[in-house]
Design a protein. Structure first.
Length: 318
């Protein structure tokens, strides 16, 4: 049985982008990154950004349905289907979602009362729910038909608590950010970027290219979706131009173009990982990026230290 996601978008949902993505698209891509292939969004307000986000994910082959209220949700889930519930404005890391979904039973993601904010729902004297849970399709089907004017997320929480759902407490060192305002959304972007782990082959890529790419990603988060969507074509075009410059014996210009291509490729790889866009296209780009790193160092050696070119090329690719 595939994993589904129920995403509840309230009227007070965040308006500031996270990682350059609108809040609805960020929520949907977070669910997809966690493994969901069937998305149901519940909202009373259908905005342009929501429609555009739904259209983009449908274009990527994901089953996405918009529901205007709890009553419409009942028939959209299989009773035995595991469902990732996302509501509110709290952002957690991919590792926390993976751990949550690893539970076979309904599970609530919670924090201690001392860390709770205005958007976290009280469960008992010592814990608050942050709006994220792993539930079953049967729970949703049984609850959605009786919601009426009540908030679907709150009703699902009460049903889960009364059904003795497992409670998983987030530790103090795990990623937890409230993205309800612009400052919180920016903090969530920084935290998710800091948690991104991008593999790099070669001394130059590890020591120079990757740190600069991370700096660019943190400084220009609005560019991340565009870079991920056009990855890797921009870098490949620059790489091809650099090869052309090599053929024309313009070594310095070719070196600059190679380095720029490496930087764009690394930046785009970070963008693809954190946004969840084009997540499956990274293996072969890593191969050509390693080759480009070696060629870039070889060009530098040709320009500055012709006699050391073989040694520099080897050093750059190990």
């Amino acid at each position: 049985m595939t994993l589904a996601a129920l995403i509840i978008l309230g009227d007070d949902r965040p308006t500031a982008p996270v990682l350059g993505l609108s809040w609805p698209e960020f929520r949907m891509r977070s669910a997809v990154g966690a493994g969901a292939r069937h998305l149901v969004l519940v909202t009373d307000r259908v905005s342009r950004e929501l429609v555009e986000a739904v259209d983009r994910l449908k274009g990527e082959g994901l089953a996405t349905t918009l529901a205007r209220g709890g009553a419409e949700v009942a028939d959209l889930f299989h009773p035995d289907e595991a469902v990732l519930l996302l509501s509110g404005s709290t952002v957690v890391g991919a590792d926390q979602l993976a751990s949550l979904l690893g539970n076979a039973k309904p599970t609530l993601l919670c924090i201690e009362t001392e860390r709770a904010g205005a958007g976290h729902e009280l469960i008992d004297a010592s814990s608050h729910w942050i709006g994220i849970a792993r539930i079953d399709g049967a729970q949703i089907r049984a609850t959605a038909t009786m919601v009426g004017d009540w908030d679907l997320g709150s009703i699902l929480l009460r049903k889960a608590v009364s059904g003795r759902a497992v409670r998983t407490m987030l530790s103090g060192d795990e990623l937890l950010v409230d993205a309800s305002d612009a400052a919180g959304a920016a903090q969530a972007s920084r935290a998710l970027l800091a948690a991104a782990q991008i593999g790099a082959r070669g001394w130059g890529a590890r020591s120079v290219v990757q740190p600069v790419a991370h700096l660019l990603a943190r400084s220009l988060p609005a560019a991340l979706p565009m870079l991920a969507r056009f990855r890797p074509w921009t870098a490949i075009l620059m790489f091809a131009l650099a090869l052309l410059l090599v053929g024309m014996a313009w070594t310095s210009a070719a070196l600059a173009m190679f380095l720029a291509a490496l930087l764009i490729a690394a930046w785009a790889q970070i963008a693809a990982q954190v946004t969840g866009i084009a997540m499956k296209s990274g293996k072969w780009t890593a191969t050509w990026r390693g080759l480009a790193a070696g060629l870039s160092l070889a060009l530098m050696a040709l320009a500055l230290f012709p006699d050391l070119t073989p040694a520099v090329l080897v050093a750059g690719t190990i």
